[in-house]
Design a protein around this ligand. Structure first.
Ligand SMILES: [Zn+2]
Length: 92
């Protein structure tokens, strides 16, 4: 497995995403890449309020999402990782 942890510009540890792929699985499972976004759970009471809102079916009109901000160095790391993925894909 190959993975890249992408950290948010704000340096809060919970603000990160992980890009990963499995070159050894390309032939059997397909050539794809996974993007996991880790969401900050927040305090106990914030989770209770979020749980109640969820039970009541409340949703943001914009849908559920979070974001991380990338500085130039992080963007360069992502591009390099993506290029490695494309090379691995062509080698298979
Ligand atoms: Zn952040």
């Amino acid at each position: 497995m190959k993975e890249l942890i992408i950290r948010c510009f704000c340096d809060i540890p919970e603000h990160q995403a992980i890009l990963s792929y499995y070159p050894e699985h390309f032939a059997r499972w397909g050539k794809d890449m996974c993007l996991q976004v880790h969401l900050c759970p927040g305090s106990f009471w914030r989770r209770v309020v979020a749980g109640i809102r969820h039970i009541l079916g409340k949703r943001s009109v914009y849908g559920d999402f979070d974001e991380i901000e990338l500085d130039v160095d992080e963007v360069e790391r992502v591009i390099k990782f993506m290029e490695e993925f494309l090379k691995e894909k062509d080698n298979d």
